[in-house]
Design a protein around this ligand. Structure first.
Ligand SMILES: *[C@@H]1O[C@H](CO)[C@@H](O)[C@H](O)[C@H]1NC(C)=O
Ligand SMILES: *[C@@H]1O[C@H](CO)[C@@H](O)[C@H](O)[C@H]1NC(C)=O
Ligand SMILES: *[C@@H]1O[C@H](CO)[C@@H](O)[C@H](O)[C@H]1NC(C)=O
Ligand SMILES: *[C@@H]1O[C@H](CO)[C@@H](O)[C@H](O)[C@H]1NC(C)=O
Ligand SMILES: *[C@@H]1O[C@H](CO)[C@@H](O)[C@H](O)[C@H]1NC(C)=O
Ligand SMILES: *[C@@H]1O[C@H](CO)[C@@H](O)[C@H](O)[C@H]1NC(C)=O
Ligand SMILES: [Zn+2]
Length: 395
């Protein structure tokens, strides 16, 4: 209806993990039902559930110590890791099932990976490796609990109380299921085979609505095309939007697209993804940037756009080099395509993780003007990159 070109879907097969029923009840030192969310790809418990002593560790070192002392065998391990300053460091504990299984643990409960909690468990994918320390390990059920409950279990253990937990999960893998990437574009008038690609993922976890992760990313890509079209700016290069499917279980849509198109003769000039929150700055607008992988020519041009066009309009914005600009556009970096992700540094390490992968990721997370602001930044860059005489990286 908006008159874009080449509007279509492309199918991808997605791992179809089904959550099922989930129960975690503290049985001792007192009976207490805990909120849990199983981690994506978790195996189930036996049908009747398991009741086992629980052992709380704060770090992998704690686990190694306790494991070598024989304290882990037959227990449910509770990872009570604090927020370690970044998602990347903290989320390592979400892949801790194999490590615990190595010492004989029967299940793992992990403190939710978040900077703040109001009793909200956070899910996320957690795959298994066949071995740990070169030893075959069995796959054990894994789920997240709230920060509050994790800390409570730690206090109980510190007081010398013996913990016992009942855990039941009926999750299962249901083969693969087809889904579709959504693709549309506005064909360039001069260099139609050169592409500025704007992406986000429109799948989300089964809990919440995925408004922030990553409806916001799709919205700003779509809105950028809409805004430029409304303004009557016919681009010289083609601007393509892609909404990826199946990201949360493991980039299934992006990987499928890559394998079907990597040999294409299209010239990918700039590939963008927003998956770290499409938020406007809350204070002085100096903590938002593109994390970019590109060569010095491209970096300089992107910085020049921030300094001349955005700054002149009151938007303080910068360009930061990144080894890895984003899970879904990384593949293109190997072709020499400039890849970028929008980051609001303050909110990514704070606000974003309040809601990430929870029931609370709903429309209310995005504030009035967030999407307009980030669209303004993205549309400015898109318009210039699509129309400049030379390609972005070419001196
Ligand atoms: C756990 O205990 C069982 C039974 O005592 C034993 O067979 C097994 O080897 C132990 N596993 C580990 C990892 O210590
Ligand atoms: C580990 O598993 C592999 C594959 O199932 C098997 O070939 C191997 O013998 C196992 N190793 C041990 C030490 O059990
Ligand atoms: C499991 O897979 C089958 C076959 O693809 C499908 O019909 C069914 O809807 C799936 N179940 C769930 C709960 O998605
Ligand atoms: C892409 O090219 C490689 C090497 O030329 C070839 O092996 C592969 O089959 C091609 N893939 C597709 C999807 O055409
Ligand atoms: C960003 O704003 C803060 C608070 O006003 C200030 O302390 C900081 O120096 C600014 N950073 C940059 C890069 O301008
Ligand atoms: C960046 O790459 C382009 C070709 O893709 C090349 O023309 C340009 O000179 C490179 N710039 C630098 C600084 O290496
Ligand atoms: Zn995401």
């Amino acid at each position: 209806a908006q008159g874009f070109n080449n509007v279509h879907t492309e199918e991808a097969q997605i791992e179809n993990w089904i959550r099922g029923e989930e129960v975690a009840t503290l049985k001792a030192p007192r009976e207490y039902p805990m909120a849990i969310l199983g981690l994506g790809a978790s195996v189930p418990t036996p049908p009747g559930g398991i009741t086992a002593p629980a052992f709380v560790v704060d770090t992998f070192d704690d686990l190694d110590q306790a494991g070598k002392a024989g304290k882990i065998n037959g227990t449910i391990v509770v990872y009570n890791e604090p927020w370690l300053g970044s998602y990347g460091q903290t989320v390592a504990y979400r892949s801790g099932a194999d490590h615990a299984s190595y010492y004989g643990a029967v299940a793992v409960l992990i403190r939710s990976v978040t900077t703040f909690s109001i009793y909200t468990p956070h899910t996320g994918v957690a795959n298994y490796a066949p071995t740990f320390n070169n030893v075959n390990v069995s796959r054990i059920p894994q789920a997240s609990i709230t920060v509050e409950d994790s800390m409570m279990l730690r206090r109980m253990q510190d007081r010398g109380q013996s913990l016992q937990i009942y855990l039941k999960m009926t999750s299962y893998e249901n083969g693969t299921t087809p889904g579709s990437n959504i693709i549309f574009e506005w064909t360039g008038s001069v260099f139609p085979n050169e592409y500025v690609v704007l992406t986000g993922h429109f799948d989300s976890w089964d809990v919440g609505q995925g408004a922030m992760d990553d409806g916001g990313g799709c919205a700003i890509a779509w809105n950028t095309l809409t805004a430029l079209k409304k303004l009557g700016f016919q681009p010289k290069r083609t601007i393509r939007a892609i909404f990826w499917v199946g990201e949360e279980m493991g980039d299934y849509g992006a990987d499928s697209y890559w394998s079907n198109h990597k040999n294409s003769t299209e010239n990918w000039i700039f590939a963008f993804e927003s998956d770290q929150g499409a938020f406007m700055p809350s204070g002085p607008a100096n903590n938002t940037y593109f994390a970019v992988k590109g060569n010095a020519t491209a970096m300089q041009r992107l910085e020049d756009i921030a300094a001349s066009v955005l700054a002149a309009n009151g938007i303080l914005f910068s360009i930061q080099p990144a080894d890895n600009a984003g899970g879904e556009v990384n593949n293109w970096a190997d072709l020499g395509t400039v890849t970028a992700n929008y980051v609001n540094d303050e909110k990514f390490h704070g606000y974003y993780f309040f809601f990430h992968h929870t029931n609370a990721d709903t429309m209310t997370v995005l504030k009035e003007e967030d999407l307009d602001y980030v669209t303004a930044v993205l549309a400015t860059y898109t318009h210039i990159i699509a129309n400049m005489d030379k390609r972005l990286s070419v001196a």
